[in-house]
Design a protein around this ligand. Structure first.
Ligand code: PEP
Length: 249
């Protein structure tokens, strides 16, 4: 995966029709770039129509926002990793803060989803991040390390398969409050050091993205911070012009 990595988390926005329209207008202004990776996380229902509509643009990766850890069965409303793969996804978000804090997803479940993703050939993007009260109690480091270790606990070490990490402080997601580049760099350094224990010399190759109220105005400065290899963007990825200016930052 080429760095920088720009990932758009559309959350529950852009159903099949709107998602295809967005992608058609985006590819008309975004020619293939050989020095970066762009990933879209549309709602799961939009993945197959988008892949079909922009089949010629294999450089634009698609992912799903969540999977169940089981391969199939009586899990009404869920999708499995292999279904996501079949629809055209190659990446999956695991442990996004809305999954953890709105839907009560646990560290242990995130670990099982990472394993399921790997088994099905999906690259997991494991999201970690502290809540405001945890930051204020000085627990940022212990929280992100706990989430990272639990999320990766089911993978064999030293790990060499494809993997992405996203640091998303919960207090910065959808709030307009952004971590400073220095805040982001401090946490990314801790994550990189922990990845060395897990992935050995390959740790340096695991992209660590920052996410949380990224916009056109702050993208370049965040991307320039040490150990920040990309950006995971929610709200600002929903407007094609804003997203274009972030991905070409
Ligand atoms: C996200 O949902 O991953 C995110 C970072 O959202 P926003 O950019 O809107 O804060």
């Amino acid at each position: 995966m080429l760095r920088p990595v720009f990932a758009a988390n559309w959350k529950m926005n852009n159903g099949p029709t709107a998602a295809v329209e967005f992608m058609r207008s985006f590819i008309s202004v975004y020619p293939k770039q050989n020095d970066r990776t762009v990933i879209f996380f549309p709602p799961a229902l939009s993945v197959a129509p988008v892949r079909a509509a922009v089949r010629e643009r294999a450089d634009l990766l698609l992912g799903v926002q969540n999977i169940h850890w089981e391969a199939q069965g009586a899990f009404t409303g869920e999708i499995s990793a292999s279904m996501a793969r079949d629809a055209g996804a190659t990446v999956v978000l695991v442990g996004h803060s809305e999954r953890r804090h709105v839907f009560g997803e646990t560290d242990e479940e995130c670990g099982k989803k990472v394993v399921a993703a790997e088994k099905a050939g999906l690259t997991p993007m494991l999201c970690v991040g502290e809540k405001l009260e945890e930051r204020e109690r000085g627990e940022t480091e212990s929280v992100v390390l706990r989430q990272l270790r639990a999320g990766l606990s089911g993978l064999s070490a030293p790990h060499s398969g494809p993997l992405l990490i996203a640091y998303e402080p919960v207090w910065a997601i959808g709030t307009g409050k952004t971590a400073t580049p220095a805040d982001a760099a401090a946490v990314h350094r801790v994550l990189r050091a922990e990845l060395s224990a897990f992935a050995g010399e390959k740790a340096g190759r695991v992209p660590i993205l920052y996410g949380g109220s990224v916009n056109q105005g702050n993208a370049s400065a965040l991307l320039a911070a040490e150990n920040v290899d990309g950006l995971l963007v929610g709200g600002a990825s929903l407007d094609p012009n804003t997203w274009l200016s972030i991905t070409t930052a």
